[in-house]
Design a protein around this ligand. Sequence first.
Ligand SMILES: NC(=O)C[C@H](N)C(=O)O
Length: 492
Amino acid sequence: MPTPDAPFQSLPPTATQLAAQITRGELSPQQALRSALDRAEAAQALNALISLNPNAEQQATGVAQRLAAGETLPLAGVPVVIKDNLNLKGTFTTCGSRMLEGYLSPYTATAVERLIAAGAVILGKANMDEFAMGSSSETSAFGPTLNPWDHGRVPGGTSGGSAALVSAGVVPLSLGSDTGGSVRQPASFTGVYGFKPTYGRVSRYGLVAHASSLDQIGPFARSAADLALVMGVIAGHDPLDATSLNAPVTFQRAQPLPSPLRVGVVTESLQGNTPGVQAALARMLTALESLGASVQEVSLPSTEYAVAAYYLISTPEASSNLARYDGMAYGVRAVAPEVGASMSAARARGFGPEVKRRILMGTYALSSGYYDAYYSKAMKVRQLIAQDFARAFERFDVLVTPTSPFPAFRFGERSGDPLAMYAADVDTVAVSLAGVPALSLPMGFEEVDGKLLPVGVQLIAPALADERLIALAAALEEQGAVQMRTPVLTGA
Ligand SMILES: NC(=O)C[C@H](N)C(=O)O
């Protein structure tokens, strides 16, 4: 582990600290917003923030009034950024696509509504891979997002903008969405926490759909306390999302960890990792052992097929979800002599190459004659993967894998080869197919070409044991095992 003598910023205040300061009246929500805007300006080179919330100032004033009226607000005045596939009334929601250029949200996503009700001030919208398809945040119509640790490298994807803004200290919290790793992998590449809750724990209402059976909103944060704080706000049943779970939300109470804690290290994730990733994993296992955990290897044999199954399930879902962008109901309009031709022209013009590729793959996998060979076989594999996890959780309380086999890669390194890009999801997609919760924790750095690149490790829990992961992160943080640092901001 290289000694972190690299230029770090001192850690900016967490959401918990900011909310407390603002509640005590030491800082106003308007001041907190202004400093976040200043930091956003200093971090402009990252291209992480693609639009500002025109109502942010008004929201901050509203929070000040509610505090003055004696309301208790868990996120009092905390500036938060949301991924550009989350609707917030009166803001542009483009999903990083030309297709939705100029689209103004007519309503607000439930998760965002809950943030605002809890006193958060939404600063703006974060850059992302187009329609949340990718692993690098290179495919946005707004241009790529840069990794704050090395501007020559990607921040991961698809929630790269949300990750970069928390990593760079612009905001303490942001929301992303994770279909196959889109919160966890960018968290790992930028050195912050990234949490994918149990499928159904956070309402998807108002999240632009990519693959509906996999999509889940999740937060980026710099402390376990902040993760608990934000999950306590956004989790919970929502009648507006038919897949929303009606389970108690207990993030705010101190969670006793299972004792003794039984940790399983996934055998299939131990091959093909860079030395820095291996070192971070070893550091995690040592830290867990010093918390009194027993650590053993466990095999999840079907995870070998997870990447293939994921792309055979997510692309059919995406192809049907994206059918609505036809230039009539939604999306840029193209004029042609007849309706079908107008729709085709709109789709040809509005979508970028990766989105088109996914629509083609998905439509192919669903077409008659191929459905059984591809889609329905992938659904069977999904069952086998879920069974692997269920079996492992009979013996273990938590499973561990790297979040990614390697740290952040260079721009262009994978974008020319879709299969190389899809392979980047090898450690995250099985979790998504099983619907279980997982957290990426920053566990160290790998030195590459003279730069320190963050490395994340993934902890996985059974469905609805989301709270356990955050409690464990808090214990690891207390022990000093979590490597949370903030890079110094540099220009372009
Ligand atoms: N959306 C995600 O969670 C990332 C995944 N690499 C995908 O492109 O589908």
